[in-house]
Design a protein. Structure first.
Lengths: 198, 557
């Protein structure tokens, strides 16, 4: 049976396949997109169907500053990856830390908004349909930001320990794919909740 | 090469304490062992789900029967459906995919072996959670035990008010856990196929088995996730006081239906496409011809995957959608029949003019072809909205989808067992017992599910606990139950064959069927590393090239 291992006619000289980490993350992103789609559909479907108040128009305030934070973290993580590829470890760790700070700021913004809605307007997840769909959709996104921050922090920890070099560049890129996805989802959630939904 | 393999294996097999063997299986990340674990786990639940079906059939055997109470009956049909779909069909197909995909594409393992193990254990504990509900489902309220809301769990049945206690929560969390397991496996299969192929294994040379499992995994990513999302919403409703499916607060019960069937219909194709994959490997080998129309088969499968994503509301014709929606879903549903028909013709084209060998795997595949065709035809009947208004929720529908699942999926699966058992265990399944199994199961199947269409047309609703005598359903139901027992006996023959052949079966050797795909080039069972050196392929049938160096396929592709 060893003949099977000898190259037969027409064997390609170079055999290159996509990196499995990227393929895996792309698949995860497709699956997550479907989950978010269902929540977005539910949000849109129930717009204006709440029997009691408060309504989005009365209580929601557009979180522009925190949105800018999250979206710019996509830029910082992108350049952090580029720097790592070129072997500039110190600059990589700096930008990576900045990414985490920006993400954490966004999460703080969400927390503050929820605090305001709950204590000033009495809107909880069980108040009305708006509360149910709003907290689920925004909460699902915040959950993904949190998961991302944990993963980013692990990389930061290793980076500070001097363990992340250019040879890990491909793996770091997989994580930044996830982070870009989380940011892209926020663009959709933002448009649906704060622009279309009011 | 083969002598190295044997030497290494015998070193492994040298008597070790059973605790260590158990530990190795529990901590394994080897795709073959995980594949076997998936299959054994699914077979265990197949027996449980089968027992539940038997209880349902005994209850319906004659009018005014009270073999079980109405409450138990509701639990039985809920658990039967949930078990068979999520804890039998899905894991068994993932098991075969896990075992065979790396072998067929010349890889040494899946892309993410630890994710693979994680996904299996998620599914496994999902099943345990579901069955733990029999003990823990009463919770503090002492009401109900196993879930009894039907496998759709339509709102508001699954809400707190109508399903107190924790039985529905066990159902929800079990499905959520196993759903995440399925997504993990799907990610893994896709990454394996796209990134782990051996040199020369272009996408256009991949065995159809790998192609079809690639498409199936893509569908899992898009189809299982809506169910997971809907389950999260149901948990929000039940635990946090949300109103997603609470009509009193303006919520919608219809939305749950949509979310469920956006999962539910593609799920049927997630289950049937791997069975197409079995047929596409088995039929050519036993017809002694390469598969007819390889590119068309791939195209038709991708087409089925796309179209089947937009047919879900044909499960909901009776809820009163507008005529545009009705027409849309009727047309898309009928459209799925076109690529499916293409596939059936391609299998027939493969058999046409071939030297057909009627071995057990081939018998099951022919049964699959014939029965899947009929199941598809009753499906086309049900896709016509006015016809559906008459028969939706009747035993006609039950007969239709069991024709798909038993007549199609289960027959192809049995074929796969007979075909790959020699590779997995190194021993052939007994051919006489196999033929007995086939004929008994065929007779039992047709007795049950052909006859079951008729009470449906006569108006017998599904999920009914019992019925009045004298409606013309009595004899029919009796026959259906007899058929169920015949199938049960056939399944016992199958299990006996699995066990006896494991110890007494004839040695299989590397390639008992004179087949053409890479899994047959390594020993049976394959060593942990699959291939001593990574193979290189030049055509769709690498083993044909090897056996016929004077006339290799690579000259013509």
């Amino acid at each position: 049976m060893s003949a099977i291992t000898t190259p037969l006619a027409g064997t390609p000289v170079a055999w290159k396949l996509p990196y499995r980490g990227k393929v895996g993350m792309a698949c995860l992103i497709i699956a997550e997109s479907a989950i978010f789609t269902i929540f977005v559909v539910a949000y849109l479907f129930y717009l204006g169907k709440s029997i009691t108040g408060p309504s989005p128009r009365e209580v929601l305030e557009t979180p522009i500053f925190y949105t800018i934070c999250l979206l710019s973290s996509s830029l910082t993580i992108h350049f952090a990856g580029k720097l790592l590829e070129r072997g500039r470890r110190g600059a990589f760790v700096g930008l990576w830390l900045l990414t985490i700070v920006l993400g954490a700021l966004f999460l703080y913004g969400t927390g503050q908004e929820w605090h305001r809605l709950i204590y000033e307007h009495g809107l909880t997840i069980s108040t009305n349909l708006f509360g149910t769909t709003y907290y689920s959709l925004v909460g699902l996104h915040a959950f993904h930001v949190t998961a991302g921050l944990i993963l980013l922090s692990i990389v930061l920890f290793f980076g500070l320990a001097g363990r992340v070099g250019p040879e890990q560049s491909a793996r770091v890129d997989v994580l930044s794919m996830y982070w870009h996805f989380v940011d892209a989802v926020w663009v959709v959630v933002f448009s649906v909740v704060y622009v279309l939904g009011r | 090469m083969s002598s190295d393999v044997i030497a290494i294996q015998s070193a492994e097999a040298a008597g070790q304490p059973w605790v260590q063997t158990l530990h190795e299986w529990a901590t394994t990340v080897d795709h073959k062992r995980l594949g076997v674990l998936y299959i054994l786990y699914a077979l265990f639940f197949l027996v449980i789900g089968g027992l539940e079906a038997t209880i349902i059939r005994i209850q319906l055997m004659r009018p005014h029967n009270d073999f079980v109470s109405p409450q138990v009956f509701n639990r039985m049909f809920t658990m039967h459906g949930t078990t068979m779909i999520f804890f039998v069909a899905m894991p068994i197909l993932f098991g075969f995919a896990n075992y065979l995909v790396p072998l067929m594409i010349g890889a040494r393992d899946m892309a993410f072996p630890r994710l693979n193990a994680f996904s299996f254990w998620l599914t496994a504990f999902g099943g345990l959670l579901l069955y733990f509900s029999f003990l823990g489902g009463s919770g503090l309220y002492g009401a109900g035990n196993a879930p009894d809301v039907g496998w759709w769990a339509y709102a508001p049945l699954a809400s707190r008010a109508f399903s107190p206690g924790h039985s529905s929560d066990y159902w929800t969390i079990a499905l959520l856990a196993s759903g995440f397991g399925s997504i993990g496996t799907a990610v893994n299969i896709i990454a394996t196929i796209l990134s782990m192929r051996c040199p020369g294994m272009k996408l256009s040379r991949m065995p159809l088995f790998a192609w079809l499992n690639l498409v199936m995994s893509g569908m899992v990513l898009l189809a299982i996730t809506p169910l997971s999302a809907a389950q999260i919403m149901l948990l929000v409703d039940r635990y946090l006081g949300g109103h997603f499916f609470d009509t009193q607060a303006g919520g919608s019960a219809t939305l749950w239906m949509h979310f469920f069937w956006i999962f539910g219909h593609p799920e049927v194709y997630v289950l049937i496409i791997p069975c197409f994959a079995f047929a596409s490997e088995i039929i050519p080998v036993f017809s002694r011809k390469p598969i007819f129309g390889y590119p068309v088969m791939v195209g038709a499968t991708v087409c089925i995957a796309f179209v089947s994503m937009s047919v879900w509301a044909h499960h909901m014709f009776t809820i009163g959608m507008n005529s545009y929606a009705n027409s849309f879903f009727a047309i898309t549903t009928m459209a799925v029949g076109v690529p499916t028909g293409i596939k059936i013709f391609n299998w027939l084209g493969t058999m046409w003019g071939g030297k057909i060998q009627f071995r057990t795997p081939m018998l099951f595949c022919i049964g699959f072809l014939f029965q899947f065709l009929i199941a598809g035809l009753t499906g086309i009947m049900l896709s016509a909205a006015p016809f559906n208004w008459q028969l939706s929720g009747s035993y006609f529908v039950v007969a239709h989808f069991h024709y798909v699942i038993v007549g199609g999926i289960l027959f192809a699966l049995f074929g796969a067992f007979y075909y790959w058992y020699p590779k997995i265990t190194g021993r052939m399944l007994n051919e006489s017992l196999g033929k007995l199994h086939f004929w008994l199961f065929l007779i039992g199947f047709h007795l049950t599910f052909d006859v079951m269409h008729i009470p449906g047309v006569l108006g017998m609703p599904r999920r009914i606990y019992t019925y009045e005598p004298g409606r013309g359903w009595d004899t029919l139901n009796f026959l259906v139950t007899i058929g169920a027992f015949v199938q049960g006996i056939a399944t016992l023959v199958f299990v006996a064959n699995l066990v006896i052949s494991y110890f007494r079966g004839a040695k299989a050797g590397n390639d008992p069927w004179d087949a053409w795909t890479l899994e047959w080039s390594t020993s049976s069972p394959p060593p942990a590393y699959n291939f001593a050196s990574i193979p290189t392929v030049a055509s769709r049938r690498p083993l044909w090239d090897l056996k016929h160096p004077e006339d290799p396929d690579s000259l013509y592709e």
